[in-house]
Design a protein around this ligand. Structure first.
Ligand code: AOF
Ligand code: ZN
Length: 369
């Protein structure tokens, strides 16, 4: 199947629209839809906050009667099941759309191929697979959770010119500039959850919120891997636990020594009281944690460090995308080496994009799945 330039242009528009609600549609994918006639967009829809209504009925309602004979571009195969809303395929049929163009077919057992079949049975021309790579990227979290019950994992690292991610004992070190930092805030806004290790949580005392004006409410669920529950009650993360949510991932009881156990349980109670949720999971096994996150509906996870945590996820082959921000300055003596640099990216990854944010460069690597 070959697609025309205008098909590509309108699917690209649908994908752009879908990105608006990334991280905001709960377990539903954020789908984009544009309804087009005579090269003009008559209606636009994106899966609503919380996951419903779906994209298509919104785009159709905007187009109204003019949708008759039009083409609908949808990033994901329209649903065919009666869930909390009626099937989108039915809405497309009812509005008299003549053609539906789809980027990615839906792995959801209730839909998978049935959406397309319903449309074809009604005499609608259906073409699937356009801009599929881009479409899959925009739906990566949903697809990963549907097929593997775990979130799609993005590892973000900011590396100095000499390959360091920080300096021992110096807390947060400025490696990238304001523009790259704003970009990281956008990444946070698009993610369901964000994770750091206890080393970073103590050394940097980060807040891990989304601080871009207007996007504060898009702060993802914040997670700290903290085997022995060392996270200080006075840390920014704990102080903002009530407001933005905080999950602290503890290991098993540390010892059989009664006093140590008591202290651990005491810290656990204190974190609970401060509004954090303490979750028990073997931190040496990130797969176990990811499964637990998948089960509770987390589709995308941003891992922001530090070196040890990044290394654990990489070693377990649980990183799907690496974003390597590179600043121009050097750290030198006392630097903490980055677990990955441009020269030693694991071979299963391929370089898909390079961008410039002010003085900093960002290289994006992706692993196929
Ligand atoms: C679409 N358009 O915009 C979205 C779709 O729980 P429900 O009933 O809302 O159904 C969730 C499923 O609907 C989800 O797993 C996926 O198959 C589909 N999501 N489908 O036609 C949309 N968000
Ligand atoms: Zn639907």
């Amino acid at each position: 199947m070959s697609f025309s330039q205008s098909d590509q242009r309108f699917m690209a528009a649908a994908i752009r629209v879908s990105r608006r609600h990334l991280g905001l549609t709960s377990t539903n994918p954020s789908v984009g839809c544009v309804v087009v006639k005579d090269d003009v967009i008559l209606g636009t829809g994106v899966t609503a906050l919380g996951g419903r209504p779906h994209a298509e009925p919104q785009a159709l309602a905007e187009a109204g009667d003019a949708a008759r004979g039009a083409t609908a571009y949808v990033t994901l195969e329209p649903c065919s099941h009666y869930g909390k809303t009626p099937p989108c395929a039915e809405a497309l049929i009812a509005y008299g759309v003549a053609r539906v163009v789809i980027s990615v077919t839906d792995p959801d057992q209730r839909v998978s191929g049935r959406g397309i079949a319903m449309l074809r049975d009604a005499g609608i021309e259906v073409d699937a697979g356009i801009l599929e790579e881009e479409g899959r990227r925009s739906l990566a979290g949903y697809l990963m959770r549907q097929t593997r019950n775990r979130p799609y994992v993005t590892l973000k690292l900011a590396v100095s010119a000499d390959g360091m991610i920080g300096k021992t004992g110096e807390g947060q070190v400025r490696i990238t500039g304001d523009i790259a930092r704003a970009q990281v805030q956008v990444l946070r806004a698009e993610s369901d959850a964000i994770l750091v290790g206890i080393g970073t949580a103590i050394a940097d005392d980060p807040e891990l919120t989304c601080r871009l004006p207007g996007l504060e409410s898009r702060t993802p669920l914040r997670i700290v891997i903290d085997e022995q529950l060392q996270l200080p009650l006075g840390s920014r993360l704990v102080k903002t636990a009530q407001r933005y949510g905080l999950v602290v991932v503890a290991g098993d009881l540390p010892s059989s020594d009664e006093n140590t156990d008591k202290a651990f349980l005491g810290r656990r109670t204190a974190l609970d009281a401060a509004g954090a949720e303490v979750l028990q999971s073997n931190s040496g096994e990130p797969g176990e944690l990811l499964e637990a996150l998948g089960t509770r509906g987390i589709s995308s996870l941003l891992v922001e460090g530090g070196a040890r945590t990044a290394q654990r996820f990489l070693a377990a082959d649980l990183v799907d995308r690496i974003l390597l921000f590179q600043g121009p300055s050097t750290i030198g003596e006392g630097g903490i080496e980055s677990p990955v640099t441009k020269t030693n990216i694991p071979p299963s990854f391929r370089h898909i994009r390079a961008s410039q944010f002010g003085d900093d460069r960002c290289d994006e690597f992706e692993r196929g799945f």
